[in-house]
Design a protein around this ligand. Structure first.
Ligand SMILES: O=C(O)CCC(=O)C(=O)O
Ligand SMILES: [Fe+2]
Length: 341
């Protein structure tokens, strides 16, 4: 497995979409002694140790493009335990092929399983039976990186496993935040996808679009979550696949457009650990639209006096996200005409 990582990762030209593949060249710096809880080292100390591996150029890439891909931050030693944990939950593609009847209707434990879900789209949510998977959820490198970006150590993460499906380009905010993510970094959610298997073009890579293409067009503020190929073909011209060896991560932003893509290989699988917040849902939207501003505030929506509303354009953008919401208490207008989204 290690050998194929080396061949796969080197010079694929896709890392961070800059054509240099710099993370692959230098990945050995991420092969650091894994952190194991209750073995004498505190989590804070481990985080500080891993924080020294954060490269300024990776942080700068995230700020400029809204994402960064870091190859093989997980060591082969960690991957061994993680693979074992994954296979407690997931059959390999060989097992699925050999035992179609047993695995054909496989479902995960998450309520987010899609209708008609097969083994190709299974999700299990944290926490797991495997220490290695739980430790991945709280990996000191990922938390150190998130803290560096968020400039706070008050972060909570939730996560699951996810299989393939072909998606339209979207940002993740509407299933993770009650309002819209601002340009300012003051209130931030940092989503990450950790790839636990090698991702090749036919194994459903995540496609991502640099914010240099989307921010100038204010695509975030239009209130539509999904941007289809028909309506925005030019975005699909500049999307980049995250082709990475197992043990890599894409750290992106709630303002970054990306999509899961179809698995075109006849056989094969892709396992990922998806980290982020999962707060809003249709019931929540309904509640929010019909609630009093003070009631909204109790579930975490910024109150009418909150500084959140002071950034230009934010009131209007939140009004577009919730067209039925009366934005007048926040300094905006009455509910917009109802609109399908
Ligand atoms: O699976 C992926 O690569 C991306 C999935 C995704 O973007 C999502 O479910 O919101
Ligand atoms: Fe997404």
């Amino acid at each position: 497995m290690t050998t194929s990582h080396l061949t796969n990762g080197n010079g694929n030209g896709n890392v961070n979409g800059n054509g240099h593949g710099h993370a692959a060249k230098d990945s050995s710096r991420y092969w650091i002694k894994p952190y194991v809880p209750n073995q004498g080292e505190s989590f804070e100390d481990a985080k500080a140790r891993f924080a020294t591996l954060i490269r300024d150029e990776d942080v700068a890439h995230w700020h400029e493009h809204g994402y960064v891909i870091i190859e093989r931050f997980l060591s082969p030693e960690e991957m061994e335990g993680i693979n074992e944990g994954v296979h407690q939950h997931m059959p390999t593609s060989d097992e699925i092929a050999r035992r179609e009847l047993v695995f054909g209707g496989l479902m995960g434990t998450s309520s987010r399983n899609m209708k008609g879900s097969s083994a190709a789209a299974v999700r299990y949510d944290f926490p797991y039976d495997s220490d290695a998977l739980n430790n991945l959820a709280m990996h000191p490198f990922l938390l150190a990186f998130a803290e560096r970006l968020a400039e706070t150590d008050d972060l909570a993460l939730s996560l699951g496993h996810l299989g393939e499906y072909d998606q339209a380009l979207h940002s993740d905010y509407s299933n993770n935040s009650l309002v819209i993510p601002q340009e300012s970094k003051r209130w931030i959610d940092i989503p990450m996808i950790v790839y636990l298997t090698d991702v090749t073009p036919d194994l459903g890579p995540t496609y991502v679009v640099s914010q240099t293409h989307t921010e100038p067009r204010k695509l975030m503020e239009d209130g539509f979550r999904h941007h289809t190929r028909q309506d925005f073909p030019e975005l699909y011209d500049v999307e980049v696949p995250a082709l990475v060896p197992a043990g890599s991560v894409i750290i992106y932003s709630m303002r970054t457009f990306h999509r899961g893509s179809a698995m075109t290989a006849d056989r094969g699988h892709r396992f990922v650990q998806f980290t982020g917040y999962h707060t809003a849902n249709p019931e929540m939207d309904r509640f929010l639209v019909n609630a009093d501003p003070r009631q909204r505030q109790i579930v975490g929506f910024p109150g009418v006096e909150h500084d959140y509303w002071k950034e230009r354009g934010v009131v209007e953008a939140v009004g577009k996200r919730y067209p039925q919401m009366d934005m007048r208490p926040y300094g905006g207008g009455p509910p917009l005409a109802s609109r399908a989204d």
